[in-house]
Design a protein around this ligand. Structure first.
Ligand code: HEM
Length: 551
């Protein structure tokens, strides 16, 4: 009896297990089918435009939307694929799924200006903000927002005074002359008696921008141009920038976002961050002490920024510590180092590719500098050289793409985009689009300048024979005047590049110092530039060129 009871129990428990297994199997199948249905739905959605009537690129990923396509294969082509190749040819509008977020991309300079002038808010992407914080610190201007951003932005803006610019002009000229002299020295010291030397131009420009940054901002001469060697600060910074790009590029790599795990990459990140930050903080501490004891007359823009930020903060009952000033310094170095050095490298490349423009630029520089008797007081003294830099920025914008979040409902070409919509502004594509510039892929400085209309009396020595071209002047050249509203390399509006004036001063002056004493040639007529996007658009191979002394 007991046996039969137990066999009954066991057969009923077997059958209930079988029922449970059946239910589980049906449940799992239903869940999988539901998931598949959801994924199919999302995939279908990723194929359709988030904004009816606006074209979108095909093959959106069901979860990541067009983001994987925007990365491939080298950044530039992905952005071109999504923001240009499928854009409406009349309006330049293109719709994009950034994961499940609808985004509108614009190509018209007028639309870009309208968005940038109206919106200072950047889209809130937590993972980007996290990596920016780990790279540059919590008070980095690039990802800060609201009142906090305003406080530090105002402090930086107020510290970039005309007096500071004048002093930085002297520093930049000194750095430009040191670099030229070091290259002349390297040419003389060659054992093979050759009159030329082959060098990578981009690292040389990085040496110059590092020297300018540290002398202008912290008041120290790190002598990169004198030694023709990239300083540890610059190489450490490049490591951190590469790490930022690597970590942000793979959001599914958990270890890349968890900086506290003791992996070798995280340990090296922590060590390098410490090296860079200790360097800045040590110099800030020393500079502050010297200032209190009045023992230094060195210019130190960081101290000015600190003072200005304390003043702004005190007005709202807050304070500013040295860590925050260090974060600002990190941001300024990141924002100004690769951008300006890439611009200079691309400019020298473009000049070597266009001998006529090179010759005109050199003539202007020689006229202004004379037999080394003239001095450069600012970029306005060299309008043609400045126009050459504009064309370089237009054709090779160091910043490829920026984003804004609309602060109010906005109508573009009859489409209404709600407040909060994310907008992509592909700066390089905007500047290379025929809806904004005629012959957009041609290097034509005469879009921006024309031969001077000054009277002969006025054309004394040390003066350029060129002047800015007004936007209504259609007579002085066969090309239409440059559209200043579509020159967006420095962005526009409240959140534009705060270092724009310094960058233009740096680019024009360093270029003038170099071209006055040296000649640059392509390594071979068939040499083709290979741009890469390492956060900033830059020459992938360092840009090898042949350097000669000018007679
Ligand atoms: C050719 C050189 C440069 C180019 C093309 C350039 C371009 C830009 C662009 C496009 C932005 C806007 C970024 C965005 O909206 O996400 C920006 C922002 C910024 N730039 Fe530059 N930049 C250059 C040089 C410099 C220099 C020399 C400095 C300072 C020393 C600097 C400091 C900054 C800062 C702090 C921001 C953030 C501003 C804010 O968000 O309020 N830049 N730059």
């Amino acid at each position: 009896m007991a046996q039969s009871c137990s066999s009954e129990t066991s057969s009923s428990s077997t059958s209930s297990t079988a029922v449970l297994a059946g239910v589980a199997a049906v449940g799992t199948t239903m869940t999988l089918l539901w998931l598949k249905h959801k994924i199919d739905q999302m995939a279908k959605k990723a194929e359709t435009s988030p904004f009816p009537g606006i074209p979108t690129a095909p093959q959106g990923h069901w979860l990541l939307g067009h983001l994987p396509r925007m990365e491939l294969p080298d950044g530039f082509q992905g952005v071109k694929h999504c923001c240009h190749d499928y854009a409406d040819t009349k309006t330049g509008l293109c719709a994009i799924w950034a994961a499940t977020e609808p985004v509108i991309s614009v190509l018209s300079g007028k639309d870009a200006k309208a968005i940038l002038m109206a919106s200072k808010t950047k889209p809130d992407i937590r993972i980007v903000a996290l990596h920016f914080q780990k790279f540059l610190g919590a008070k980095n201007l690039l990802s800060m927002k609201g009142k906090e951003w305003k406080l530090y932005r105002t402090a930086v803006h107020k510290s970039f005074t005309p007096a500071m610019m004048e002093q930085s002009q002297q520093t930049i000229t000194k750095v430009g002359n040191t670099l030229s002299d070091s290259l002349l020295c390297a040419l003389q010291q060659q054992s093979n008696n050759s009159e030329t030397i082959q060098m990578e131009i981009h690292p040389l420009m990085k040496m110059a921008t590092s020297d300018v940054f540290f002398e202008t901002m912290v008041g120290i001469d790190i002598q990169a141009c004198q030694k023709l060697e990239l300083p540890v600060m610059a190489t450490s910074f490049e490591f951190l920038a590469a790490e930022f790009q690597r970590r942000i590029g793979d959001p599914f790599d958990m270890a890349a976002s968890l900086y506290c795990i003791p992996t070798s990459a995280n340990r090296q990140h922590a060590r390098t961050t410490k090296t860079v930050r200790s360097f800045i903080m040590d110099h800030l501490t020393k500079a502050k002490q010297q200032q209190q004891q009045q023992t230094s007359t060195n210019n130190n823009v960081l101290l000015e920024i600190w003072k200005a930020a304390e003043k702004e903060a005190a007005a709202v009952g807050e304070s500013v510590n040295m860590e925050a000033v260090c974060d600002v310094a990190m941001t300024l170095f990141f924002a100004g180092y690769d951008t300006t050095s890439s611009t200079l490298a691309y400019t020298i490349y473009l000049l070597a590719k266009h001998p006529d423009i090179y010759q005109t630029c050199r003539e202007e520089i020689d006229a202004v500098l004379g037999n080394n008797t003239g001095t450069i007081t600012g970029p306005e003294q060299l309008p043609y050289t400045q126009a050459v830099i504009y064309e370089s920025l237009r054709l090779h914008s160091p910043v490829d793409l920026i984003a804004r979040s609309l602060e109010k409902d906005t109508t573009l070409h009859g489409h209404v985009f709600e407040k909060g919509t994310t907008c992509f502004l592909p700066l390089m594509l905007i500047q290379q689009h025929e809806m904004n510039f005629s012959q957009p892929l041609e290097m034509r400085p005469d879009r921006w300048v024309r031969p001077t209309t000054r009277s002969a009396d006025d054309n004394k020595s040390h003066k350029s024979q060129w002047e800015d071209r007004p936007s209504d002047d259609t007579a002085s050249s066969d090309i239409a005047p440059g559209n200043r509203d579509a020159l967006v390399a420095f962005s526009m509006g409240a959140r534009n590049c705060v270092g724009r004036n310094l960058a233009m001063r740096e680019a024009v002056t360093l270029l003038a110092c170099l071209l006055h004493k040296l000649h640059f040639e392509l390594v071979s007529p068939s040499y083709e530039l290979k741009p890469v996007l390492k956060l900033i658009n830059q020459p992938g191979d360092g840009l090898p060129m042949v350097v000669k002394a000018r007679q």
